[in-house]
Design a protein around this ligand. Structure first.
Ligand code: SF4
Length: 457
């Protein structure tokens, strides 16, 4: 077992039995679940919408290089600059270069998982650049010194009382502050920072090849502020985010809103076609898009798993997953958690190191059922498991057990060997170790032969 898999097992054990954690997640997710049912009900034919979205993403992936080059030429024609980053280190170096060239001291950020992926906040803080999250959920986790718990709702693991306590400790606000009071408090604080900041950093929900634009969807308006005041805007975008045409947003924006937050459409939907033009008053003087690979090409090269790149990061599979609901977001120890995180992380960061994630599933299929772009998540987890075996990353014990199992199953003589008492003893000794102390080990009452005879009698 790797260090990470041991940590994962221990953390799962701890968090799974933390009743306080369970209560908070249950409460916050129940609100989400009710909203998403409402959001999906806006569709007369949700299934065909999902099929269409899946088809467009699949087609785009088939010619990803062509669409990315198209985006590059269109965006540069609009006055922006495209930078390519093969991994997190390259992306970090490009950002630092821009920061040093412009002597940037303060950065405002809107919510973005790609910036989490490249550990941008640590990089900026280590280089004495002030960085401020402007999404309320992100702001809360930054204040608490934590990472996002969930890809859509970063502070899902906190109750309103936890948040009031955190603000009381940091800013001396009343301990019983309401969410409305705290939202206003943060708004005031952020306003000053938006005006002062030299650089705004965002992610992107989609980038559009034909028109060369970056599409951002959000509910608080901070993304818009992040890109309006500072003189420079950098969008850090995974290469799979490209869609062919602006008209495709008619399909993707509402689909993302319905599955992410249960809305007909998010409150703020912005399109950025490069930096400010001469006739415009707001917007940055310079705009960069960093196209981040960071393992995505590796995933694209897996014929059976590449469809995971269709993901639009709505978070629906996390909320549907019985494993995620019990062990929570932090246990995964990855940027992307839940079913989609378990599928993609081994390809982004190494199958051997993250192989345990592919086994963190009951294979119930709920994730596949809720996915708006029809990613067959539980099947992809099985493909990952297959690769673990084919690449010989399984443990010695597992190999021995499978060898013995195969031998016994192929030969009646071995299957009938030993009394029921011995078999039960064996099961108790090794089964409880492998399955953990809380699972009841079943007891064999009859041999396979006896059961078989009864069934055909
Ligand atoms: S895999 Fe599907 S359900 Fe999960 S986050 Fe991506 S788009 Fe949403």
């Amino acid at each position: 077992m790797t260090k990470l898999s041991v940590k994962f097992k221990n953390e799962s054990e701890k968090v799974g039995f933390d009743l306080e954690h369970r209560k908070k997640i249950k409460f916050n997710m129940s609100k989400y679940n009710a909203a998403v049912v409402k959001g999906q009900a806006y569709y007369q034919d949700l299934e065909s919408t999902k099929q269409k979205a899946s088809f467009i993403k699949q087609q785009t992936l088939t010619s990803l290089d062509k669409y990315l080059k198209k985006f590059e030429s269109s965006f540069e024609r609009n006055g922006g600059q495209v930078l390519w980053a093969v991994d997190d280190k390259e992306a970090q170096a490009q950002i630092l270069k821009i920061i040093r060239t412009h002597k940037i001291k303060t950065v405002v950020k809107s919510k973005s998982m790609t910036t989490e992926e490249i550990e941008l906040n640590d990089l900026l803080e280590n280089n004495k650049v002030e960085v401020l999250e402007t999404d309320l959920g992100e702001y809360i986790v930054q204040l608490a010194g934590e990472k996002p718990y969930h890809i859509v709702t970063p502070a899902m693991h906190k109750s309103k009382e936890d948040i009031a306590k955190l603000f009381n400790e940091k800013f001396n606000t009343p301990i019983d502050s309401t969410p409305e009071f705290l939202t206003n408090f943060v708004r005031q604080k952020l306003r000053e920072k938006f005006i002062k900041a030299d650089l705004g950093i965002t992610g992107a929900n989609f980038i559009i090849a034909e028109q060369g634009a970056v599409a951002l969807t959000e509910n608080e308006g901070n993304g818009l502020m992040t890109t309006s005041f500072p003189k420079i805007h950098i969008a850090i975008v995974g290469i799979e985010k490209v869609i062919p045409n602006i008209n495709d947003l008619n399909l993707f924006w509402p689909l993302l809103a319905a599955h992410g937050t249960g809305q007909r459409i998010s409150a703020y939907n912005s399109l950025f076609f490069g930096p400010k033009k001469n006739s415009e008053t707001n917007g940055p003087d310079e705009m960069y898009v960093i196209l981040l690979d960071n393992g995505r090409t590796n995933l694209l090269n897996q014929p059976d798993q590449k469809e995971a790149l269709k993901c639009i990061r709505c978070g629906a599979c996390l909320n549907a997953c019985p494993v995620y609901k019990n062990i929570g977001g932090y246990t995964y120890n990855t940027t992307y958690s839940g079913p989609i995180g378990s599928v993609i992380t081994p390809h982004f960061k190494g199958l051997e190191k993250y192989k345990h994630l592919s086994f963190a599933s009951s294979l119930c299929g709920k994730c596949t059922e809720v996915c708006p772009v029809k990613i067959d998540l539980q099947k992809l987890l099985l493909y990952n498991r297959r690769d673990v075996v084919q690449k010989n990353y399984t443990t010695r014990l597992e190999k021995v057990m499978m060898y013995a199992y195969k031998k016994a199953m192929l030969n009646r003589k071995y299957l009938n060997m030993g009394s029921l008492k011995t078999k039960n003893k064996f099961l108790k000794k090794f089964g409880s170790k492998a399955w953990g102390p809380r699972r009841q080990i079943f007891e064999l009452k009859e041999s396979f032969n006896q059961q078989w005879k009864k069934s055909i009698a």
